[in-house]
Design a binder for this molecule. Structure first.
Ligand code: HEM
Length: 569
């Protein structure tokens, strides 16, 4: 074999050879009984570990070279020189629809779309998704730098959108141990209960104003307002930024706050041209930068003054509250200390992390509850079963509480079904490869953006029978399996709820509690039907995203004794 007969000609062999000799010397030195000196022993140890590292590096680089030579990229549309498929992305909006139609045409579950010199790799099958987030999780654990996320995270300071590295580790550890720990979430349960009560109160007040005791409610407004309230209450210990509303509904400030969060969320990873060709950023051709900067300015306007004031209070005047058990999340972020007892987070890090958690909380639960009510109105049998479960588990003498959640399996099955069929976004957050990899037998170059498709997985006809039908029963175990607990998590990635792995969702517990409480309170408190002039709710999706095309308006009629509805403050 040429490779062996002419080692000088092959640099990999050459360095492997050197390393091999180092390894032998080190091993001999280490095992020698004559070696008594600690420093020589340590030196030999260092040599040994250096040699081992070099060997595995060499092996990897030779594997990668062979991989590049032998494997091909996943199938994809023909790409133009230099710009790749950017012209198609520009012409065919929304981009996610074009990407899925290309994959359908190519009959593939993994594809490669080249945008500038970035390989974007959409994935629509659970097997391949698991290869990415289970088998190769450490390779795909970083995130791309985008214009939108730069704004949302104040220059990549907070956990969700930050690339892999020290900043991500610091923030993830901090959030996991102090902010979203189960002890912390338990300590905030009364704040969440206040907002669940307020939701029921807000809708009940609207019904009371109508002579027939039933009225048409803007369900999207109510569900988004609930999510905004929960995170504001947990984070800043307040529901309202301004005067507030007597009936429990959002004031101007809260509507503006939540609206700006949704606008920002839409643009974090929105196939903006300059995310792939950075020098184009000055032109802002799609106008995305203008939109995101304005949205973040609005949202920050509400957060920043509260944060600045609280930092002043806590760090400079009054540390007493730290002893109490009723800290809100802002207190927790401010009072975290490093190993020297100094503040762990800078003010910008606190602001960025507050925003990160606020953005992460508002969209999924509200979208899921809105779609669930819409689907249930069109299938009254499902609505009946869900309400019947709440009546059986909770009864009609008290309102449903978080402690009931483990027993509300049918409600959770409905939510799983919504997360499968009507996810809030077409793709998971992007995962970028930190080195060359192989997935599904294809070559995935370092720096590729892997996009697990939430609709591709959840509506995959090879995984789900009648994938476009809303059938919660598919998530319930067999009738004999009485111990089967339905959860919103889906670690097998047959659809994408909280994802999995190093970058998996940190808010699984909170997100699940909020989603179940929101839907269960809506169903327990009110009978829902289509507005009188329509028999069915229009379930069309919006043309540019996956939200309901028109915000759901539905008729609500109280179904509990009047004294159970929380009274106005
Ligand atoms: C039903 C509700 C929720 C759903 C379906 C959901 C889903 C997700 C998904 C799909 C990801 C991306 C995972 C990946 O990159 O593979 C994610 C990330 C994340 N979620 Fe959630 N989420 C929910 C609620 C929450 C809540 C309430 C919080 C916290 C207040 C939260 C905090 C985060 C954070 C911090 C990350 C980023 C983790 C990282 O990059 O290291 N999520 N979530």
């Amino acid at each position: 074999m040429e490779f062996l007969s002419n080692p000088q000609s092959n640099p990999i062999f050459e360095s492997t050879y050197t390393v091999f000799v180092t390894l032998i010397v080190a091993l001999v030195a280490l095992t020698s009984f004559q070696l008594k000196s600690e420093s020589i022993r340590r030196y030999a140890k260092d040599m040994y570990s250096f040699a081992r590292n070099q060997l595995s590096k060499n092996r990897r680089s030779s594997e990668q070279k062979t991989m590049k030579q032998q494997l091909t990229l996943p199938p994809g549309p023909a790409a133009w020189p230099i710009v790749g498929n950017l012209p198609e992305i520009w012409r065919n909006k929304p981009a996610f629809k074009w990407i899925h139609s290309v994959m359908k045409e190519l009959k593939t579950n993994i594809s490669c779309i080249r945008l500038g010199n970035v390989h974007v790799i959409p994935v629509t099958s659970p097997e391949i998704a698991l290869e990415v987030l289970k088998d190769n999780d450490s390779i795909f654990a970083t995130r791309p730098l985008t214009m939108g996320t730069e704004y949302s995270s104040r220059g990549f300071l907070s956990v969700a959108v930050v690339p892999w590295g020290q900043q991500w580790k610091k923030m993830r550890k901090m959030v996991a141990s102090h902010v979203l720990s189960s002890a912390r979430l338990n300590s905030l349960i009364s704040k969440r209960r206040e907002e669940a009560d307020n939701l029921v109160r807000f809708i009940y007040n609207q019904c009371r104003e109508s002579a027939s005791a039933a009225t048409v409610v803007d369900v999207r407004l109510a569900t988004r307002h609930y999510c905004g309230n929960v995170i504001r209450k947990m984070m800043f210990n307040r529901r309202y930024f301004g005067e507030g509303k007597e009936d429990g509904g959002p004031g101007f400030e809260e509507e503006e706050h939540v609206e700006s969060l949704f606008v920002a969320l839409q643009h974090l990873y929105s196939f903006t041209l300059s995310d792939y060709v950075p020098w184009m950023r000055v032109f802002d051709l799609e106008g995305h930068e203008k939109i995101v900067s304005a949205a973040m300015k609005t949202a920050n306007k509400y957060h920043d003054s509260i944060i600045d004031e609280r930092v002043q209070q806590r760090r400079h005047h009054d540390n007493k509250k730290e002893a109490h058990n009723d800290l809100d999340l802002l207190d927790v972020l401010i009072s975290a200390k490093d190993e020297n007892g100094d503040p762990l987070l800078s003010i910008d890090e606190i602001k960025s992390q507050c925003m990160d958690l606020t953005l992460a909380t508002v969209d999924n639960p509200s979208n899921a509850a809105e779609w669930a009510i819409a689907e249930m109105i069109n299938q009254p049998e499902i609505l009946r079963k869900a309400t019947e479960e709440i009546d059986r588990v909770v009864g009609k003498e008290r309102l449903v509480q978080e402690s009931d959640v483990p027993q509300l399996n049918y409600i959770k099955a409905c939510l799983r079904e919504v997360l499968r069929l009507h996810p809030v976004a077409p793709f998971n957050l992007p995962h970028v490869s930190t080195r060359d990899a192989t997935v599904a037998g294809y070559f995935i170059p370092k720096g590729s953006h892997v996009l697990l498709s939430r609709i591709g997985l959840g509506r995959n006809p090879n995984v789900w029978k009648d994938p476009l039908k809303f059938i919660p029963e598919r998530h319930i175990g067999s009738p004999d399996d009485h111990h089967h607990q339905v959860e919103l998590t889906e670690p097998e990635l047959r659809f994408l709820s909280f994802s999995r792995g190093r970058r998996g969702c940190m808010g699984m517990a909170l997100g699940s509690e909020m989603s179940v409480m929101l839907l269960a309170r809506l169903l327990q408190g009110f009978n829902w039907s289509a507005p009188s002039d329509e028999e069915m709710v229009d379930l069309s999706e919006s043309k540019c995203d996956l939200l309901m095309a028109k915000p759901l308006h539905a008729r609500a009629k109280p179904r509990l004794p009047a004294d159970l509805y929380p009274a106005n403050n």
